[in-house]
Design a protein around this ligand. Structure first.
Ligand SMILES: [Zn+2]
Ligand SMILES: [Zn+2]
Length: 74
């Protein structure tokens, strides 16, 4: 009677390094500006859209919910 290991109990898939998905370009990036509603945008897209998202570079407005988020280097 061989005690065979349960084939369904293989090594668990490791979770990838925590990354964000940009809601704008859909890329996985290491850092995103994110809103409490779940919207996130990468630095590149933020730079491209800064003219429409922030007027003072102190806060940026979420295009999804309209909330103001702090635009400060983290
Ligand atoms: Zn992006
Ligand atoms: Zn939002």
């Amino acid at each position: 009677m061989a005690d065979e290991p349960n084939p369904s109990e293989g090594p668990r898939p490791r979770r990838r390094k925590r990354e964000y998905e940009c809601c704008c370009c859909r890329r996985q990036v290491a850092f995103c500006w994110s809103c409490t509603c779940g919207f996130s945008i990468c630095q590149e897209c933020m730079d491209e859209n800064a003219w429409g998202m922030t007027c003072n570079f102190v806060t940026w407005t979420c295009p999804d919910c309209g909330a103001s988020n702090s635009y400060a280097n983290q």
